[in-house]
Ligand binder design. Sequence first.
Ligand code: ADP
Length: 192
Amino acid sequence: MLNLIIFGPPGSGKGTQSAKIVEKYKVTHISTGDLLRDEMEKKTPLGEEVRGYIDKGMLVPDDIVIRELQETAERHMDTPGFIFDGFPRTIVQAEMLDKMMEERGIPINLVISVDVDEQELFKRLMGRAEDSGRSDDNEEIIWKRIEVYKSQTLPLLAYYRKQGKVASINGMEPVEEVFENISHAIDSLMAV
Ligand code: ADP
């Protein structure tokens, strides 16, 4: 099984690259952002609770996100692999994911870390704001999300570096080049 995490700040292109990875490597894409937005659309009490966090640019509490993630992953255990996008975002989530995958003998193989500088992130997110229709794509909340990323999520890189699983990719290049570099990292992993 090929189990990947795509890691990077909001606006780094994780969604775009995930779609290309899914097409080439036939892995199952699990985006917690998408799962949570689906929940919001249902307008259930849980969805409304989730909206309270997302619209402020805050992380949704670990127990909610972990439950969504587990339920979705369980339904796809017959897949050739996973790509986790937007998850994990905290150490608690990373430890839970490691435990879940190791228990099944299908550990995470590679963390693809996509680097993009802050000004560029902001520019991209503001640029997509009109089309995305996302309530969290506005100036104030975008900065907040970038801050939350730096304080709560970035420390995860050290966690995965210790495991020797991180491939750093320059996300400032054109989409096709970024994808080529990601493909190289995946292919060299599969070659060993
Ligand atoms: P982006 O990375 O562009 O901000 P996402 O769709 O990954 O977009 O996430 C949007 C929002 O959903 C986050 O700001 C956060 O509130 C919530 N969210 C998504 N994934 C997680 C997670 N793993 N843990 C906590 N909150 C999450």
